[in-house]
Design a protein around this ligand. Sequence first.
Ligand code: CA
Ligand code: ZN
Length: 303
Amino acid sequence: MVYKVKDSYVNSFGPSMKPVIKVKSGSVVTLHTLDCFSNQIKDESTLVTEIDFSKINPATGPIFVENSKRGDALKVRILDIEVADRGVVAVIPGGGVLGSMVKKPVTRICTIKDGYAMLNGVKIKCIPMIGVIGVAGDEDVSCGVPGRHGGNMDTNLIRKGAILYLPVFRDGALFAVGDLHAVMGDGEVCVTGCEVSGKVTLELDVIKNLAPSWPVLEFGENYYLLVSHEDINKAFREGIKLAVKILEHSLGISWEDAYMLASLVVDLEISQVVDPKKTVRIKIPKKYVKIEQLLEAIRMQIL
Ligand code: CA
Ligand code: ZN
């Protein structure tokens, strides 16, 4: 059976979340999500500066996953993402990498048909992805901010076929998801993707005692550590530190050798540079490490 969750939204991840549904490990769930503006933008005359900002970045849930406890990992397998037939792209004065150059807000509605989005006459192939996905952490954190608990990571590889491993902080994990994009480039430079409502189907599994200290993504032939920080250099530094630790642990080599190997085979990538914390991806080819070893090497230190 597939559980369904709709019409229940949170604006932050944390202890204040009240679960709307309880499921067993191994369950498949379909969540209906609003776009990041809570579907408040109906046409191009509605500017982002005119909507109710207390409603932005709603995430659908939360889901209580039975038998998940602090220190466990929640394994989220993304089975499908369906997006609506229209998306919103916007520029906002002060928003994005070139925020100081944006003189006025502009809204564009993209029509989405047969897997393509049309942005003002330009046809773009859709690669649907999830912007906000996470669990409750120790404090309430707005859905607009990414962190160890996941949240607004805006990582375009969080798409169909990917598996995300999140650390569990609280009983039941309290999982929620929102902010779908029909398509978004690395960086999310203007501060929006092609923002859409839609539905996501995923499988939730608990892995006991292997909470990673940062979210880990599995996609194709690689693992990715998803690290977020206000300072992107610090995010990269933290991520590289973890990658070296993983190679050292998995291959049984010295730290120095692991550091050198990282220099040869690890790639640094950018998820987004426009949210309150920036998110980077540290890419480690699967051929050097198994997922259990990876999670073990960067297991969250539980206090
Ligand atoms: Ca987002
Ligand atoms: Zn978004």
